[in-house]
Design a protein around this ligand. Structure first.
Ligand SMILES: [Zn+2]
Length: 659
């Protein structure tokens, strides 16, 4: 063996690159090139070091695979130090295999240690641990052994395990003191400082403080609900969360009870609202949703321009404004002149197709059909929506039968009454007469006039057998329904017991508008009112049958400043109560406002359940909501997109409501 090479190698492993260079600085044979490269690396000239190692590897060539592999490992180490991650992982794996096969356990272990360091750096902790297990650390040179302890500590810190991190760092520090390599000592010091620095900020109510790793580690064990706003993750204990499985709420409930706290449920969805019917509406609607535990809404159509709606939704996502997550589902399409101002209009199949393309281009998540559309236009709307992959939601047009809509691929029927109507043996006659009304000069008034008599016909001709088969075909076609049963209260004049409190939360102009005589009610005689009660009872019966037939329900209220006495937030809870009064269990009612909407919206990875890794949208209530939904009326705390509102926070939200 070349004595100069041996001496240089010894000097390098003692961390003395200048001594190493003394004997070999001018030599160009491969072993000298390799050692010069390592020396340059120790001196901090990483670029020169890589050059030297690369030319050493080249000169060794394939005839000396082991020497070639050693150079590759050294070069990868430099790449690692300069954070040039590139292809080095593959290089290291290959080199390690060559070294192992040749019996060079020491360098193979060194390559393995570097591999683990790489994997830690890119966050692949499981793999890093596996690699560490694959070689015997006893054969590592002292410097690599210390580096290995830093990897072990790094993995423990990222896993939030303070004790293993601390002991690994202690071993690294002792090793660095013995080895007397200044660069290594600095690296260990740096790791120790990182370990001792605060690891998180705890915000609980009014209190804010920094937490150290040990404290972060103790949090899950304390069985408190942890909202990790940094990673947007929710944790409740550790094992308990993992065991939720198919029955999320029960499992979670028992966990929370044992911890002596409240009950945690996923934040609620209201799948049918209008929050953009006036510019002032969001400022009132958003806090009311959060106060009622509603952390997601499906907006079904507004009067503000799309850019403004998108701006407001983005403001909420960015936490610049407190409010629920908003799904823009309100691209409503009607026949001329449109039931509401600003709707998309389509009077021919061609127009329908081009409107759908425009809706898709503007970024809406669905196409919403409306009441006056003609059948051929509606069919074109449905087929173009399907072609572009947009769900078709909204009203079944009044001149289109429900079976035709099911066949056309209608995805969500909004408002339940239309289904009850389809259970009438006279549906075809009624929709035919609406079709005639729509062909006249004033289609909107003619349609409303024609439909005024339909409730009576439905009551007289509703057919259980027809209804049953219709509902089965809806369930089979996976047509969902947003019942909005609370809308009936408007017609019957039924008002909530806490009307004063709810009205006080509304702007004065809205209170005034709602107290004006409404055109929809001016024609209500006692006789018609009695009919309305019967119609509502028939809706409830049909609703029960639909539920029994397996038709999926998405809870929705139709809350809007434009819909008198349907209240943002409150009315969704009224709606859930209505489901329970109609025979659903509280669990089934909650399902329609949590899991069912998340499934429909394709958001099951982030919403609808309480689980690790989900978006932090949660409601904490005092009592078991599976026993009684009344506990939802006074949430203990609401978490919306990671923002926590405890009792004080909710009170502040209430104070923010405009008068
Ligand atoms: Zn609506």
């Amino acid at each position: 063996m070349d004595p100069l090479i041996t001496a240089a190698a010894r000097a390098l492993s003692a961390g003395d690159p200048l001594a190493a260079l003394k004997g070999i600085a001018l030599r160009d044979d491969p072993p000298a090139l390799a050692l010069r490269g390592i020396a340059m690396a120790q001196l901090g000239d990483l670029r020169r070091a890589r050059e030297l190692l690369r030319s050493a590897a080249r000169t060794f060539g394939p005839k000396e695979p082991v020497a070639h592999a050693r150079c590759a490992v050294a070069e990868a180490e430099i790449a690692l130090v300069s954070r040039d991650l590139g292809r080095s992982l593959q290089t290291l794996k290959k080199a390690r295999a060559v070294l192992e096969a040749s019996g060079d356990q020491k360098n193979a272990a060194h390559a393995g240690y570097l591999e683990a360091r790489y994997l830690l750096l890119i966050g692949r902790l499981d793999e890093a641990e596996e690699v560490l297990d694959e070689f015997d650390p006893g054969v590592l040179p002292p410097a690599s052994l210390i580096g290995r302890e830093l990897v072990v500590a790094g993995i423990a810190i990222r896993r939030v395990r303070a004790e293993p991190a601390r002991t690994a760092l202690q071993r690294a520090r002792r090793g660095a003191e013995d080895a007397r390599i200044p660069a290594l000592a600095r690296e260990v010091d740096q790791a120790v400082r990182a370990f001792r620095a605060p690891a998180a900020r705890l915000v609980a109510g009014q209190v804010e403080r920094l937490l150290y790793l040990e404290e972060v580690e103790r949090l899950p064990a304390s069985n408190t609900l942890i909202v990790d706003a940094c990673r947007n993750v929710v944790r409740l204990g550790t094992a308990a969360i993992a065991s939720i499985g198919n029955t999320p709420m029960e499992a979670l409930n028992s966990t929370v009870t044992e911890g002596g706290g409240g009950y945690v449920i996923p934040g609620l969805w209201d799948s049918h609202v209008h929050v953009f019917s006036s510019p002032a509406e969001p400022a009132t609607a958003f806090p009311l949703y959060v106060l009622n535990g509603v952390t997601g809404i499906r907006d079904m159509g507004g009067l503000l321009p799309l850019v403004e709606i998108e701006r407001i939704a983005a403001t909420v996502e960015a936490h610049e404004m407190t409010g629920p997550r908003i799904i823009l589902s309100g691209a409503w399409v009607d026949a001329s002149p449109g039931s509401w101002p600003g709707m998309f209009l389509a009077d021919s199949p061609e127009q329908a197709r081009s409107v759908v393309r425009r809706i898709e281009g503007e970024g809406w998540v669905a196409v919403k059909s409306y009441s006056m559309l003609h059948e051929d236009v509606y069919r074109a709307l449905a087929s173009e929506a399907e072609a572009l992959g947009l769900p078709l939601v909204g009203h079944i047009p009044e001149s289109v039968s429900l079976p035709i809509a099911i066949n056309a691929g209608h995805d969500v029927v909004e408002h339940f009454g239309r289904i009850t109507k389809a259970c009438s043996t006279e549906e075809a006659v009624m929709i035919g007469r609406v079709g005639q009304a729509l062909a006249g000069a004033d289609p909107r008034s003619a349609m409303i006039e024609e439909m005024a008599g339909h409730n009576k016909i439905v009551l007289e001709t509703w057919d259980e057998g027809l209804c049953e088969s219709l509902l089965v075909s809806m369930a089979e076609a996976n047509v969902r329904v947003v019942p909005t049963l609370v809308v009936a209260d408007f017609y019957t004049g039924k008002r909530p017991a806490d009307l004063q409190e709810r009205m006080a939360a509304l702007p004065e102009t809205v209170r005034q508008n709602w107290s004006l005589p409404d055109f929809r009610l001016s024609a209500m005689t006692d006789e018609l009112r009695a009919l309305a009660d019967e119609s509502i009872a028939l809706d409830v019966l049909t609703f029960q049958m639909a539920h029994a037939a397996g038709v999926k329900m998405l809870a929705g209220s139709d809350a809007s400043f434009a819909n008198p006495f349907i209240f943002h937030g409150f009315s969704l809870l009224d709606e859930l109560d209505r489901y329970v009064a109609s025979g659903l269990t509280p669990r089934e009612a909650l399902y329609s406002a949590t899991i069912a909407p998340a499934e429909f919206l394709g958001l099951t990875d982030e919403s609808g359940r309480v689980h690790e890794g989900m978006r932090a949208d949660l409601v904490i209530v005092a009592n078991d909501p599976l026993e009684d939904l009344r506990t939802l009326r006074r949430p203990v705390a609401v978490v919306v997109n990671g923002q926590v509102f405890d009792a004080d926070g909710l009170e502040k939200l209430r104070d923010q409501l405009p008068d």
